[in-house]
Design a protein around this ligand. Structure first.
Ligand SMILES: Nc1ncnc2c1ncn2[C@@H]1O[C@H](COP(=O)(O)OP(=O)(O)OP(=O)(O)O)[C@@H](O)[C@H]1O
Ligand SMILES: [Mg+2]
Length: 160
């Protein structure tokens, strides 16, 4: 089962609403793979998702540390950024990537998921963020697997 859904965001408030729809729709552990250029908004929407998961710590970009984890919210959040590893370096964190992306009670978000060397091509929710101008983005979701397709349906409904 798979499905697609795209929605525009013209400002940070709309991106925050998309994040709320994601956080409120989570029912089981989920792998959310993010794609999009530098400055697209991957970390920005992750911070909002964390807020709506009621994570108490400040969420910061994992660009330099590769992985941040948070355990104070409704779901555990594992937040990866593979950019600095590029293709050849991902093997150094592949065990964590495998383990956390299968965690049944965690949300695992991976920025620059295209650098994962095909580890993350199973059931997942994919989010491509397209940059239009300073304020405008398009959020393009694609779900793979039954649970993620149902999740995407709930997200879509929450945004109607
Ligand atoms: N509608 C919008 N949605 C999301 N971000 C927006 C929007 N409009 C402006 N922005 C700005 O775009 C920037 C996005 O930066 P962010 O760090 O989230 O990008 P990123 O995709 O994580 O980049 P990187 O690949 O470097 O990690 C922020 O400064 C944010 O305020
Ligand atoms: Mg980022």
């Amino acid at each position: 089962m798979s499905g697609k859904f795209s929605t525009k965001s013209n400002n940070l408030e709309r991106t925050d609403a998309i994040a709320k729809a994601i956080a409120d729709s989570l029912e089981v552990g989920t792998l959310l793979c993010m794609y999009g250029d530098i400055g697209a908004g991957k970390t920005t929407i992750t911070k909002s998702i964390g807020k709506y998961l009621e994570i108490k710590e400040k969420i910061t970009s994992p660009s330099f540390v590769i992985l941040n984890e948070y355990h104070s919210g409704k779901f555990d959040l594992y937040h990866f950024d593979l950019y600095r590893l590029e293709e050849e370096g991902v093997s150094t964190i592949i065990d964590e990537l495998r383990e956390y992306s299968q965690d049944p009670k965690a949300l695992t978000i991976v920025e620059w998921a295209q650098f994962d060397q095909n580890e993350l091509l199973g059931d997942r929710l994919s989010l491509q963020i397209k940059y239009f101008d300073d304020e405008t983005r398009e959020f393009c979701f694609e779900a793979f697997g039954t649970e993620n397709t149902e999740l995407l349906n709930r997200i879509e409904k929450a945004l109607q």
